[in-house]
Design a protein around this ligand. Structure first.
Ligand code: GAR
Length: 202
């Protein structure tokens, strides 16, 4: 099977990006990371890309005159990659409608909550504050609404007595690092079929 071209967008630590690098390097995923895009010149994800010989494109959000100008530059750069798949790995901005529309069914996100619960920022804190007994992560395709696109995979973890945002986030992160490479593998194997809100795994 021909390897899929994967472009990654990350804003920070990049541990999910690393999980993808490792899975692709181990041959588990028939795909390769062709570029890292980041909006943050200080993102640790940049070091991870350099260590893995993955080209980095920094589009420093602060250096653009407006969100529109940033989005236009990002869209043009994304088009140039000819990537099959765009992976949001801790990318902490909402993608504009034009970008989402340009790549239907080709942008994935991971969210640290069991969607549709606890969308937006601090999903883990929202889960602790709400008092749920089960939390987890969701990998989904990106559509025009925040944390709302068709769900590919979800994994659960228990919320334990005494948990705070950080302990729960650590437990969820272990599952994120399994779940995201798995979803990306399914995409790269052409096994995901989107039918409205439903993602079928062939
Ligand atoms: C992850 O927990 C990811 O689910 C979350 O940010 C963290 C990034 O960690 N993403 C979001 O909250 C997106 N709304 P990482 O940079 O180590 O992969």
């Amino acid at each position: 099977m021909k390897k899929k071209r994967i472009a990654v967008l990350a804003s920070g630590r990049g541990s999910n990006f690393q999980a993808l690098i490792d899975a692709a390097g181990a041959g588990t995923i028939p795909g390769r990371c062709i570029v890292l895009f980041t909006d943050n010149p200080g993102a640790y994800a940049i070091q991870r890309a350099r260590a893995a010989d993955i080209p980095v494109t920094v589009l420093d959000f602060a250096s653009f005159s407006s969100k529109e100008a940033y989005e236009q530059a990002l869209l043009a750069a994304m088009r140039r990659t000819k990537a099959h798949l765009f992976v949001l790995a801790g990318y902490m901005r909402i993608l504009g409608k034009e970008i989402v529309a340009a790549f239907p069914g080709r942008i994935m996100n991971i969210h640290p909550a069991l969607l549709p619960a606890f969308t937006g920022l601090h999903g883990q804190r929202q889960a602790v504050d709400y008092g749920v007994k089960v939390a987890g992560c969701t990998v989904h395709f990106v559509d025009e609404n925040l944390d709302c696109g068709p769900i590919i995979l979800q994994k659960c973890v228990p919320v334990l007595p005494g948990d705070d945002e950080d302990t729960l986030a650590d437990r969820i992160l272990v599952e994120e690092h399994r779940c995201y490479p798995e979803a990306i593998r399914l995409f790269c194997e052409d096994r995901l079929e989107i039918d409205g809100r439903i993602v079928r795994i062939r």
